[in-house]
Design a binder for this molecule. Structure first.
Ligand SMILES: Cc1cc2nc3c(=O)[nH]c(=O)nc-3n(C[C@H](O)[C@H](O)[C@H](O)COP(=O)(O)OP(=O)(O)OC[C@H]3O[C@@H](n4cnc5c(N)ncnc54)[C@H](O)[C@@H]3O)c2cc1C
Length: 384
């Protein structure tokens, strides 16, 4: 007998959909609500390293993800002049799980929605929870469409700007802007097979991630002022300017940019809630509890691991309180590691402000990167 019979999941993003599937697959009654009117997906593509693929396997969708996406085994690091620095294998996979599968966000969403529906759960779109009243033995929820519900647990997977995190823990734990943003655009696939690419520039880092046989996406990390708003029409010119120094694939992309280019601009913010991540019968997880920069492509992986670990802990023969304490204890160190490593890489790459600094960085990367990446991957290869 698990700790709960029914759960409300707030937010049908990657983590919320994963949690709804994982909980329902364990026989728990699940409702899931999403504030957006339909299953809109922003962003471009998304890489899923081996540990995230393990969570997707637990939810039963690994084969679909592999079929929709592109498997690759490592990263080719170059400098902005297209000189090879080092190839670094990805070590989060194993004999059964690839090191990485990248796919479009739309495909990942559709696959997760499929898993949720097969588990007998329907997403309610255009609905939020206006009021959460934790009565000790259950949570009474008033929805924005006027309906109500009574749940053993509410799980807030409501993203980095989580309202539920604010309600539970106050405004102390707000997302903090890093000073940097990412530009992304989908382009036809080129480059070596089975590798992603990273280009260290001066004051900027670019790269590409293959998405399927036909497409990949280019990304570029740049310093940008806080709260900077650019008009969408400016995006192609702004990205072209920021790619000016690059040779190789980023230069090819630069030449193709125009009004037709679907460019996405994302300021990078972080948040990390100290454990525990619950108050009473309400818990937050995914980006709502911990959001990192995308430097080791682990944000969604952490949200999906949260989903399966939460379901696992709630399935044990103990109380909700014990399950939620155990949940955050299992998750906090891993989420913090991922956030620290991701931020460390961002800091290091943005210290490259001159060709001299680049020479030092290149020497360091060639000597140290394989070992450093291998060390982090070895930890992430361990069960979540
Ligand atoms: C530039 C960039 C690149 C990235 N690349 C990668 C990558 O390659 N690999 C990777 O693993 N991760 C990547 N990430 C991180 C990843 O996108 C997030 O970590 C992941 O989406 C978190 O999932 P989530 O479900 O916690 O939150 P979200 O995906 O943000 O979902 C939250 C959902 O909750 C809904 N919601 C919000 N408020 C409410 C409310 N009040 N009521 C109901 N619903 C609500 C939202 O509409 C949304 O659908 C990247 C992030 C960025 C910014």
């Amino acid at each position: 007998m698990g700790a709960v019979n029914n759960v409300l999941v707030v937010g049908a993003g990657i983590g919320g959909l994963g949690a709804a599937a994982a909980l329902a697959q364990r026989g728990i009654d699940v409702d899931i609500i999403e504030i957006r009117p339909h299953s809109t997906v922003f962003g471009v593509g998304i890489n899923q390293p081996g540990n995230s693929l393990r969570a997707l396997r637990d939810i039963g969708v690994l084969e679909e993800v592999k079929a929709a996406g592109y498997e690759f085994d490592g990263w080719r690091f170059k400098d902005y002049k297209d000189n090879l620095i080092v190839d670094v294998p990805s070590g989060t996979g194993d004999d059964e799980i690839p090191g990485n599968v990248a796919l479009t966000r739309r495909d990942l969403h559709d696959i997760l929605i499929g898993a949720v529906e097969r588990a007998g759960v329907e997403v309610r779109y255009g609905v939020t929870a206006d009021e959460l009243d934790d009565r000790g033995d259950s949570v009474h929820v008033t929805f924005s469409d006027g309906t109500t519900g009574l749940y053993d647990l509410v799980a807030g997977f409501d993203g980095i700007k989580s309202r539920i995190r604010g309600q539970l823990f106050g405004e102390t734990h707000r997302p903090v802007y890093t000073g940097y943003a990412v530009w992304r655009v989908t382009i036809p696939r080129t480059g070596p097979p089975r590798l992603g690419g990273i280009y260290q520039g001066i004051n900027a880092k670019g790269g590409y991630i293959p998405l399927n046989e036909r497409e990949m996406y280019l990304f570029l990390v740049t310093p940008e002022p806080q709260d900077q708003r650019y008009e969408k029409e400016q995006f192609p010119d702004l990205l072209r300017e920021r790619l000016e120094q690059f040779e190789g694939i980023p230069a090819e992309v630069r030449e193709q940019l125009g009004p037709h280019s679907e460019i996405v601009y994302s300021p990078l913010t972080e948040v990390l809630l100290p454990e525990p991540w619950h108050r009473g019968r309400i818990v937050v997880a995914g980006d709502a509890a911990h959001a990192c920069t995308p430097h080791i492509t682990q944000g969604a992986g952490m949200a999906l691991e949260d989903a399966t670990v939460l379901a696992d802990e709630l399935d044990k023969d103990w109380s909700v309180e014990e399950a939620l304490v155990a949940f955050a204890k299992r998750r906090y160190p891993r989420a913090k590691l991922v956030q620290d490593v991701s931020r460390g890489i961002l800091n290091a790459e943005m210290q490259v402000v001159s060709d001299d600094a680049l020479s030092h960085a290149v020497e360091h990367m060639a000597a140290e990167l394989p070992g450093q990446v291998g060390g982090v991957d070895a930890i992430l290869r361990q069960p979540a």
